[in-house]
Ligand binder design. Structure first.
Ligand code: NAD
Ligand code: IPM
Ligand code: MN
Length: 357
C-alpha cells in the first residue's frame, strides 16, 4: 500500500515523540512492504513564530491531501499570554473543525505490565477497558465568545451550543462501537443544570431507543462520573460525552493505565483523513530533555493504521511490540514510579526493534 502521511510535530515534546512514532511506522512499512510517504508541516506555537498563524493555509492543504495525519502537541508558556491575539491551541481547534473531525476516540486500555504503575490500587483498576467518544467540533469550545465592558465592569462569555444532528452523529458512532464491544453505552452530561445537556439527553435517548434497542444504555451526570471513574472504572464499556467533559474526564482516566503518556486518540469525521495524536499536551516541563514517553504517540500511529489505512494486522504488530517492551521491564520516567527508566529515543528504538523482527 502507498500512503501519504502528514506529520504535525508542533511544540514542546511534540517533535521528540512524533519522530519515534515515524520510526515505528517506517519499520512497519519495511516489514510489510508498504510505501509511506511522510511530510512535516507547521502547527501551533512554532507556526505563530514563523508566520504569525497557528494553522497556515499550507498546512490545511497538506492535511486535506493526505491519507492520515499524526500530530504531536501544541502550546507552551511562550505563547500563554492571556492577552495575545492568537494561541497555538487555536490551530488545533481549527484543523479539527476544518476537517470535520467530530468524533474523538480515546481508548483507556490497561497493560497488565503496568497495573502497579497506576496511583490507584490494582484491585480497583483490574478489568478496566473503556472507549471514550468525545464530541470534538461543537459545544462550548466552538460557542460564541467575547468580552464586554472595561475595567471593573469587564466581563467575558463563551456559550455552549449543541444541535440535534451533532448529538445524533456522535451517539450513533458510540452505539455502533458498543455493538462491537461489550454492548454497553454510558452517556455523560450535566442535564440537571445545562440546557445543551438536556437536549443531548433527549436526543441520545431517542437515538438509542429507535436505532439501538439492543445496546444497554444509561446516563450519568459528569460530576458523578468523575467519581465513578476512579471508584469503579471496570463497570464502563463505551462512554459518550461532549467536548469539554470528554477533555477533562479522559485526562482523569489516564491515571487508570498510569500515565498521560500512554493514551492515544483518533479524531475522525464522516470522510477524509483522520487525525491521530496522544491525548497529552506539549509537556513544557520536560521538553528538550529526551525523557518524554513516546508510547501514546506510537499507539496513536497504530490507530492511524487501523482506522485510516485499514491495516489491522500492522496496527496489532505495533500494539504487541509496545506490550513486549513493557513486559521486558522498559519504562520511561512517567511509568517507572521511581524505578530505573530510559529516555524517549531508546524507548522508540525498543519498539522499532520488536516491530522489525
Ligand atoms: P501536558 O499534558 O502537556 O502535561 C501534564 C503533565 O503530564 C506534565 O507534568 C507533563 O510532563 C506530563 N506528560 C505529558 N505528556 C507526557 C509524556 N508523553 N511523557 C511523560 N510525561 C508527560 O499538560 P499541560 O502542562 O497542562 O499543558 C501544556 C501545554 O500543552 C499547554 O499549552 C496546553 O494547552 C497544551 N496541550 C496541548 C494538547 C494537544 O496539543 N493536543 C493537549 C493538552 C494540552
Ligand atoms: C486535548 C487538548 C486540547 C483540547 C487543547 C490543547 C485545545 O487539551 O486535545 O485534549 O482541549 O481539546
Ligand atoms: Mn486535553
Amino acid at each position: 500500500m502507498k500512503a501519504n502521511i502528514v506529520l504535525l510535530p508542533g511544540d514542546g515534546i511534540g517533535p521528540e515523540i512524533v519522530l519515534q512514532a515515524q520510526r515505528v511506522l517506517e519499520a512497519v512499512a519495511a516489514r510489510f512492504g508498504h510505501e509511506f510517504e511522510f511530510s512535516s508541516h507547521m502547527i501551533g506555537g512554532v507556526a505563530i513564530d514563523t508566520c504569525g498563524d497557528p494553522l497556515p493555509q499550507e498546512t490545511i492543504a497538506a492535511c486535506r491531501n493526505s491519507d492520515a495525519i499524526l500530530l504531536g502537541a501544541v502550546g507552551g508558556p511562550k505563547w500563554d499570554d492571556p492577552s495575545a491575539k492568537t494561541r497555538p491551541e487555536a490551530g488545533l481547534l481549527k484543523i479539527r473543525k476544518e476537517l470535520g473531525l467530530f468524533a474523538n476516540l480515546r481508548p483507556i486500555r490497561l497493560f497488565d505490565e503496568l497495573l502497579d504503575a497506576s496511583p490507584l490500587r490494582r484491585e480497583i483498576i483490574e478489568g478496566t477497558d473503556i472507549l471514550f467518544l468525545r464530541e470534538l467540533t461543537g459545544g462550548i469550545y466552538f460557542g460564541e465568545s467575547g468580552t464586554d465592558g472595561n475595567g471593573q465592569s469587564e466581563s467575558a462569555y463563551q456559550s455552549m451550543v449543541y444541535s440535534v444532528s451533532e448529538v445524533e452523529r456522535i451517539v450513533r458512532l458510540a452505539a455502533k462501537a458498543a455493538q462491537g464491544r461489550d454492548n454497553r453505552l454510558t452517556s455523560v452530561d450535566k442535564a440537571n443544570v445545562l440546557e445543551p445537556s438536556r437536549l443531548w439527553r433527549r436526543v441520545a435517548a431517542r437515538v438509542m431507543e429507535e436505532e439501538f434497542p439492543d445496546v444497554k444504555y444509561d446516563v450519568v451526570l459528569v460530576d458523578a462520573m468523575a467519581m465513578h471513574l476512579i471508584n469503579r472504572p471496570s463497570d464502563f464499556d463505551v462512554v459518550v460525552t461532549g467536548n469539554m467533559f470528554g477533555d477533562i474526564l479522559t485526562d482523569e482516566a489516564s491515571m487508570l493505565p498510569g500515565s498521560l503518556g500512554m493514551l492515544p486518540s483518533a479524531s475522525l469525521g464522516s470522510d477524509g483523513p483522520g487525525l491521530y495524536e496522544p491525548i497529552h499536551g506539549s509537556a513544557p516541563d520536560i521538553a528538550g530533555e529526551g525523557v518524554a514517553n513516546p508510547l501514546a504517540t506510537i499507539l496513536a500511529s497504530a490507530m492511524l493504521l487501523r482506522h485510516s489505512l485499514g491495516l489491522e494486522d500492522e496496527a496489532k504488530v505495533i500494539e504487541v511490540a509496545v506490550q513486549s517492551v513493557l513486559a521486558d521491564g522498559l519504562r520511561t520516567h512517567d511509568i517507572a514510579r521511581g524505578n530505573a527508566s530510559i529516555g524517549t529515543e531508546p524507548m522508540g528504538s525498543a519498539v522499532v526493534e520488536r516491530v522489525s523482527v
